[in-house]
Write a new protein. Structure first.
Length: 218
């Protein structure tokens, strides 16, 4: 679905290529049956600010501020070993749908990457996966709204597009992710799955027959 691709692009680290594409992005948004005006503050901000300033703001907001991290499972598991299995499960979901991220230097739960994956899924599966992850997405969005970030509109739009209402998220302590990056970066093949027991049944993908909505199940 095109909207997920557009939101993925807007949520990525800003580069000149993004700024050059803004008129085209706006044109496409106007053709979609969504509340694209929620993105107006972000689009205007991207148009008005210098690229260096945009990049510095992005790093400060998403990379140096754990409460707004774009890594979904970080908000659920923190540095718990259960996060490892959740990453393996999500990677399996990508592979089962023919979505190869082996050349991408990011963890599978990176939200722009996840949204790009949704853009290549069929509509029903994309909506199921969005609904299954909406608690985390809304949690990040609430932190962005508190800080009056121009990026908050992306998360409000995703919540509005979801078929279920988000529930409050119980957040674990957030620590650095260097070990997870080493184990679950682009060369994940051959990595032993980590601890598989999860009393809360969080983030499990049992098999394709149980449906894609389990990929980020609460």
């Amino acid at each position: 679905m095109e909207i997920f691709k557009i939101l993925s692009v807007l949520l990525c680290y800003p580069e000149q290529e993004l700024l050059d594409a803004l008129p085209s992005i706006l044109g496409r948004l106007k053709t979609l049956e969504i509340e694209w005006s929620l993105l107006s503050p972000l689009l205007e901000h991207l148009q008005e600010k210098d690229l260096i300033d945009l990049q510095e703001e992005y790093v400060s907001l998403f990379d140096r501020n754990p409460s707004c991290s774009l890594h979904l499972f970080e908000h659920i598991h923190g540095e718990d070993r259960l996060r490892g299995q959740a990453l393996v499960n999500l990677m399996s979901e990508y592979k089962a749908n023919g979505y190869d991220i082996s050349v991408i230097d990011e963890l599978p739960d990176y939200l722009p990457l996840f949204l790009e994956f949704l853009s290549v899924c069929n509509e029903g599966e994309a909506k199921d996966l969005l609904a299954a992850s909406i608690d985390v997405i809304d949690h990040i969005g609430s932190k962005l709204r508190e800080s009056q970030s121009v990026y908050a509109g992306i998360f409000t739009l995703l919540v509005n597009y979801s078929s279920v209402q988000p529930q409050p998220l119980k957040v674990p302590p957030v620590k650095d992710m260097e070990e997870a990056m080493e184990k679950f970066g682009p060369n994940i093949e051959g990595v032993e799955p980590l601890l598989q027991t999860n009393a809360c049944n969080l983030c499990s993908v049992d098999n394709k027959n149980k449906g894609a909505s389990h990929a980020l199940s609460r």
